[in-house]
Design a protein. Structure first.
Length: 285
């Protein structure tokens, strides 16, 4: 349980870093959506594949076998490109609300369908955490752009699929590497489009590389490993901590102001998550 906690905490830090990197890169127009997504996935694929080669690929009939699968790779690509494109027309708060609502709804519906039914106390913890999450971002929520909303919903559902495909992962690094390598095939049209129609600064490319190599590639590998110790309900619930961590990161590194609103909302989100997780542990004792 302690190992799962540490892995989950590191994964949430990576998710929060991804939000901050995307916000800084796309929000300042230092790189555009297609180029950001292509650099993010391709760089992650190269580094993860190099690490996998160093550790040795599994072999079948003397031919190297790449872990992962095409369904997870497709979900990864849809999540990444829809996320980047949606933020071109959505504010950070509106995008976060739509994204995490989609992730929560998708994963909870799947968990219920598979018999992962939370207890009353777990539901109370979830309700407190989600209500506090909405309260946290509500001041920044505006009237959402219809196309941006659809793209962000697609991104949330795709991320839920990618997460669910990772449950029970036996080789987290290998499967993440395989998924990124396969997703790279979908990025080829983006590369052509970005080279013809988009511009990017060195800062934008550096932010995309940081997202792809560290926050996405290594972060998603850690998330796949953490999922082995989490139920579907827990995996969905815990991701509500990522916006809180991202907001704290913006305060620490982007000079945003610390407010009482953030302190109260953030404490309630984390408190609700902790209440639900502890309720689950007590139920298992």
């Amino acid at each position: 349980m302690q190992s799962t906690f540490v892995l989950t905490a590191v994964a949430m830090l990576a998710f929060a870093a991804n939000s901050l990197l995307a916000r800084e890169a796309l929000g300042t127009a230092s790189i555009e959506a297609a180029g950001y997504t292509a650099v993010r996935i391709l760089s992650g694929a190269l580094v993860l594949y190099a690490l996998l080669r160093r550790g040795g690929l599994s072999r079948d009939d003397a031919r190297p076998v790449l872990p992962g699968d095409w369904w997870a790779a497709a979900a990864l690509f849809v999540y990444a490109i829809a996320f980047s494109a949606a933020y071109l027309s959505l504010g950070a708060a509106t995008g976060a609300l739509i994204l995490f609502s989609s992730v929560q709804a998708s994963m909870l519906a799947w968990g219920l369908a598979k018999g992962d039914r939370p207890s009353g106390r777990e539901l109370i913890g979830f309700a407190v955490a989600f209500a506090a999450f909405v309260y946290l971002i509500l001041p920044g929520v505006g009237r959402p752009d219809p196309l941006g909303s659809v793209l962000m919903i697609a991104s949330g559902v795709a991320w839920a699929v990618y997460t669910l495909r990772g449950r029970g992962s036996r080789h987290p690094l290998g499967e993440t590497a395989g998924n990124f390598v396969r997703a790279s095939a979908f990025c080829l049209p983006l590369v052509a489009f970005a080279m013809l129609y988009e511009t990017a600064s060195y800062a934008g490319i550096a932010l995309a590389l940081a997202s792809g190599i560290v926050a996405s590639g290594l972060g998603y590998s850690i998330w796949y490993k953490a999922l082995r110790g989490l139920t579907t309900f827990q995996a969905a619930l815990i991701q509500l901590s990522a916006p809180v961590i991202a907001a704290l990161g913006a305060i620490l590194f982007l000079d945003e102001r610390l407010t009482l609103h953030f302190v109260v909302a953030g404490a309630c989100v984390l408190g609700g998550i902790a209440f639900a997780i502890l309720a689950k542990q007590k139920r298992q004792v």
